[in-house]
Design a protein around this ligand. Sequence first.
Ligand SMILES: [Fe+2]
Length: 132
Amino acid sequence: MPIEWNEDLKVGVEEIDEQHRELFRRVNDLAEAMWDGKGKEESGKVMDFLGDYVVTHFATEERHMSSQGYPDYAAHKRLHDRFVEDFYTLRSQFDSGEVTSSMVIRILDETCEWLKSHIKGTDKKLGSFLNR
Ligand SMILES: [Fe+2]
């Protein structure tokens, strides 16, 4: 699985970088749970574990943004909110059986691509603002 944090993704704020590393670990854990064909209940728990962390992490970035008067706060937050909304939709579709494990794995690939491009663009911009 090519789901890994690497130096290219560094935004230069230690708290945020550490959370990004953890985020990728949890995405990996979920992909593994899906691959291993873990039961629905257990896979659901791993999914919740990731979802909780996403919320925590976005809140951290938003705290940095609002405390420093970041000018692109609203646009950046909108991207976060959209992601969380999509994730919750996926979560409930998995629960109801509309989405299977193999579909989740495919969606996780897209999720990773989203995360990487979000970090490289939007989060790095925030990082350089915070380090200005
Ligand atoms: Fe972000």
